[in-house]
Design a binder for this molecule. Structure first.
Ligand code: ATP
Ligand code: MG
Length: 766
């Protein structure tokens, strides 16, 4: 057996061996939280706790899989019986078992966000509301927000504060849309993602016998990444742990990055109140085992700027490690090239593999430049969370067939497949079917299955054939496993043939993708961990994949990982590139409405930095295409916030886009000072190169721009004439001081008015 105890430090061991009662592990990044949770579960099983009675909630299903694998090494195959997964997957499983109690059947469908939006679009149209006012994304996010705060449609309609808010947003009918949406999901025997948590709460609220059953069943409850739980998730864990009170939560307030989706940092603080201060055992883990000292200290220097945080002192005994490399690129494409060549060089010099590298960005849209550049130097990569395998059209089509065969109330699946492959059933016929269904107060499937009673003619014939086909598929469900049913459906429906007949390159790829889906179903059926090999269970596992759980494309798994910082939570890589460190991009412009939003962006940056083990590189571009327009970019304020003694700008390569700069003294953290020594030093160093004039036209062509030396922006006053490296000549209109930042509003002759951060603006007084 693996000796897991000796590989733990004192507080880690204390947490692993803690017996019963609530336990709260508050710890810094990379301090072994997930490791402790893993070995704590192993330890419990090792000491006779039944794995069926342990519930462990993780951030991704993949993380759960890895944990299970590690536990298996200690306790053997018993580890397969632990209830482990994301909140959504674990509670979908419980909802399937208990579906009847809340009026569903156990074969309910799970609507993904495309299904939800498609349904909302139909409702907005049926209610004759203006879809330019009632934008489907805003409506969806308001409904989702309400569900995550456990506000159902009736409560929503009766809540005067919410109603007033919707009115001021000029969308007074959201409550009605919400109500209709909930009715339609229910009628379709479908739940959306938020419903999985919402309905679990309803189930436990209205059926105390069921709650009681699970409260007794789960003797131990563990939650990783507790800082990112929302109200709905928090209440579920609190209820489940109420009997045994053996709840262990693990979290880092500094890494809370889902407040924008309703996660509540307060949950950590409420923990002590819920279980009684004297009953809660608190363990702090402060030693980071993941990263070099440079990386740990740089991360500390960033997070120290946040006001809202619990007191922690993260340190490491690891080596000092190389300084953080800063790469400046003239454009987004050049950033792609410089990052790709930096990776290539490090990989060669240090004999590393692709898996040792990750490129982390703020938004998915940034991946393109890196993909192109990596392809040019023949480095293999995988993108996590872009257009995932399961979002591809051909995959969604087959899945929709499978869903409909399992659940004929599934309206969205029905819409997708009724005329696929084309069988001459047009939108008017489908609309007619909906109207008849509404009149008869029956589901569309009831109408379709008995179509000759309602419609005559050619369309009727086509619909009848469709119904016969679905009925024949249904017969297989109880006799065959998921793979046999799915292969039969792919062939007999005509989907495979249609793709096979398309001999274009894209057609071939789509055909292969469908084959790949069938392979995945075969793997599911062959996996000894899966007891239930039904199609319904396979569909559930697919609909609950998180973006970070995606399937790898082929057998070659040595790839550079490209992903957003949000999906990188909990992961680690030897070499990390954080890219796109520009104002408005990171911190994101959309997130800058309040101080709290800025703090959340800063925590996101902290998460990004702390993913790196050995080497961290940060880059930014001076220009970037944004909605088809070339945009000038300012370096992110976060660059200035890192203690500069941990950073260096490396020697430039081909183009003069990287600069040398000295290592300035520690920045002054006092926010009341108008200029921090750190940022000025950074400016000085960035500005070491000789000034050279450049017209806006030159700047707009993708040539890297030499830097301007600010004479001293401290003297800048309104009325002064200045020259900017890119924008040309202009006149200062005003200078504002805001904390450590100084901004100038300047009227440029060629490009109009601009507000510039003085610590970075390349200005010259003329
Ligand atoms: P995050 O905040 O990013 O989720 P975490 O606190 O969950 O991080 P882990 O992922 O559990 O940290 O651990 C970080 C790394 O440190 C892992 O590679 C882990 O194996 C290693 N590690 C943790 N504790 C020890 C230890 N006592 N001895 C050696 N290595 C350790
Ligand atoms: Mg972790």
């Amino acid at each position: 057996m693996v000796d897991y105890i000796s590989g733990l430090n004192d507080p880690q061991r204390e947490a692993v061996m803690h017996g019963s009662g609530p336990l709260m592990i508050i710890a810094g990044a990379g301090s072994g939280k997930t490791r402790v949770l893993t070995y704590r579960i192993a330890h419990l099983i090792d000491n006779g706790v039944d794995p069926f009675r342990i519930l462990s909630l993780t951030f991704t299903n993949k993380a759960a899989g890895e944990m299970r694998h590690r536990i298996e090494k200690v306790v053997g195959t018993e580890a397969r019986n632990i209830w482990m997964g994301t909140f959504h997957s674990v509670f979908a499983k419980i909802l399937r078992i208990e579906a009847k109690a809340i009026g569903y059947t156990s074969n309910f469908s799970i609507y993904d966000s495309d299904d939800s939006k498609s349904l909302l679009r139909s409702i907005i149209k049926e209610m004759a509301l203006d879809d330019k006012v009632y934008r489907v994304n805003s409506v969806f996010s308001r409904i989702s927000g309400a569900k995550n705060r456990l506000i159902g449609p009736d409560d929503y309609l009766n809540n005067s504060v919410i109603q007033a808010d919707d009115e001021s947003a000029r969308m007074p009918h959201i409550g009605k849309i919400y109500k209709q949406y909930a009715l339609r999901c229910f009628a379709a025997n479908a739940m959306d993602f938020d419903d999985l948590l919402f309905n679990t709460n309803v189930l436990f609220r209205d059926h105390l016998d069921i709650l009681n059953k699970y409260q007794h069943k789960f003797q131990y409850v563990m939650v990783d990444e507790f800082q990112d739980t929302n109200v709905s998730q928090y209440l579920i864990t609190r209820k489940l742990a109420a009997v045994h009170q053996n709840i262990c939560i693990v979290g880092d307030d500094a890494q809370s990055i889902y407040a924008f989706r309703g996660a509540n940092i307060e949950n950590i603080l409420n923990f002590q109140r819920d279980y009684g201060k004297e009953n809660v055992k608190i363990v702090k883990l402060e030693e980071n085992y993941r990263s070099t000292n440079t990386i740990v200290q740089a991360a500390n220097s960033i997070i120290a700027r946040n006001k809202n945080q619990l007191e922690k002192h993260v340190f490491t005994s690891n080596e000092e490690g190389p300084l953080i490399d800063v790469i400046k690129a003239s454009s987004d494409n050049e950033e792609g090239r410089l990052v790709a060549s930096a990776i290539f060089e490090t990989k060669m010099n240090e004999s590393l593999v692709n898996n040792d590298f990750a490129i982390l960005y703020r938004t998915n849209a940034q991946s393109r430049a890196f993909e192109e550049a990596l392809r040019k130097v023949s480095l293999k990569y995988r993108i996590i969370g872009g257009l995932s395998f399961y979002q591809r059209k051909e995959i969604k089509d087959l899945i929709a067939y499978l869903r409909f065969v399992v659940n004929q109330q599934d309206e969205e699946a029905f819409k997708r497949i009724i005329n696929l492959p084309k069988r001459g059933i047009g939108d008017t016929t489908i609309a007619k079917l909906s109207v008849i269904a509404a009149e008869q107060e029956d589901s569309i499937w009831e109408i379709v299955a008995n179509i000759t009673k309602y419609v005559a003619g050619r369309a009727s014939f086509a619909i009848e054939n469709f119904a016969t086909l679905i009925k024949s598929f249904k017969l297989l469900l109880d006799q065959k496993d998921a793979f046999e049913v799915a292969s039969h459906i792919a062939k007999t429906s005509g989907l495979l043939k249609e793709l096979y007949d398309d001999k274009t390159v894209e057609g071939l790829a789509r055909y292969e993708n469908v084959q790949e889906l069938l392979n995945a179903i075969k793997e599911f059926v062959d996996n000894p961990d899966n007891e239930d090999k039904s199609l319904a269970t396979f569909l559930q596992s697919v609909s609950l994949l998180t973006t970070a759980d995606e399937k790898e494309d082929d057998g070659d798994n040595d790839r550079i990982t490209l992903m957003t910082i949000h999906s990188a939570k909990g992961l680690e890589f030897k070499n990390v590139h954080i890219v796109g460190l520009e104002e408005d991009l990171f911190p994101s412009q959309m997130m800058l409405e309040s101080r709290n939003d800025l703090e959340e962006e800063r925590r996101l940056f902290y998460v990004a930095i702390t993913r790196a083990e050995k080497r961290l590189t940060i880059s930014y571009a001076e220009t970037r295409y944004h909605y088809g327009r070339l945009k000038m970019c300012e370096p992110s304020r976060f660059l200035m916030e890192i203690d500069q003694k941990y950073m260096k700008v490396s020697k430039q390569r081909s183009a003069p886009s990287r600069l040398d700069f000295d290592r300035p003294e520690r920045p002054n953290r006092d926010r009341s000072e108008s200029t921090s020594t750190g940022s000025m030093a950074f400016v000085r160093s960035l500005a070491q190169k000789t000034a050279q004039r450049q017209t806006p036209q030159q700047a707009a062509s993708h040539t890297p721009s030499p830097d301007f030396a600010p004479t001293s922006t401290a003297e800048l006053a309104s009325g002064q004439r200045v020259e900017h490296a890119k924008f040309g000549f202009g006149t200062v209109k005003k200078v504002e001081v805001n904390g450590t930042e100084r901004k100038a509003t300047i009227q440029f002759e060629q490009v109009g008015e601009k507000v510039l951060l003085l610590s970075f603006a390349k200005l010259r007084v003329v």
